[in-house]
Design a protein around this ligand. Sequence first.
Ligand SMILES: [Cu+2]
Length: 180
Amino acid sequence: MNKKQLTAIEPAEWRIVCQSKTAKISPVSLLHKPKENDDMKKLLILLPLVTAFALTACSGSSTTPVEITLEAVTMKYQPATFEVAAGQPVRLTFHNNDSVEHDFSIMEIPMAAMGATAEPMAGHTMDAMTTDPELHMAALMGQTNTIEFTPTKPGTYEFFCTVPGHKEAGMVGTLVVKSP
Ligand SMILES: [Cu+2]
């Protein structure tokens, strides 16, 4: 492992390490075991650099998304209410554990980068909608989807499923955006 390889690590990879709720980052575990003494010396020199980088990547809540998991079961969202802070990036994972397709939609919500999009799901159409929701992700039965967004304005936002009849059947919930 040389310095060039180390600096080539993208911040995104470090973010994944942070997100996986690893209590402490151990740079040693991320590196190959040195074969020779010379390699060990290089490793010891580089360790503080790696650690500093890891700390930079993991501090500062403004860059590390908070992980929220939402489930769809028997025509309901679980939880039906969740809370995040304005300015805090959110990584929302939607598991559809129901036997029909569902989505997660918010018609209007001020976001840092408008038009957050999730992976499109084959077969999911928005034909029933006259206006597209600003935040939208679908998940077919048994599938999972993820969307990242940063809400910027404190408030209470309704989320619901756009599949015809689902909102009326109870697929509605509340996203609370608190002041930071
Ligand atoms: Cu639905």
